[in-house]
Ligand binder design. Sequence first.
Ligand SMILES: [Zn+2]
Length: 139
Amino acid sequence: MTLQSSHLSVDISTLMPLRREKIEKYRKQLQSRRDALAEDLHLATLQLIQDESVYTDSMDQAAAETDKTFALRMKNRERDALFQIDKAIRRLGDGSFGKCQRCAEPISEARIDAFPFTTLCIDCKVELESEEHRFSGRH
Ligand SMILES: [Zn+2]
């Protein structure tokens, strides 16, 4: 693997492997995020169970259904986020965290700070998105 610094204006420090304390920082971040999500998910589940018994009035039925659909969608999103966080924590363990899964180049720390469970560097992300755009926009 070569550092293509000739056309990439990237700070060399972002290309260094993540240091131990950084990894610990991300692990803590991810774990507290995971705990908060698990708590939310638990509450959302309780809410859904309660809703079953509370909304017996047909007037409220439609509103209740909308709430329930929303709660379910939130729940799925949170469950998906939990899954992503679990995978990120596993990647911290096996040393693949912070590496792009597509091109194997390090992901910049700024990007990891913004999206702790991202698996793609910004270049690949942009490339994939423009590919999707190209495919969907084909005549
Ligand atoms: Zn990449």
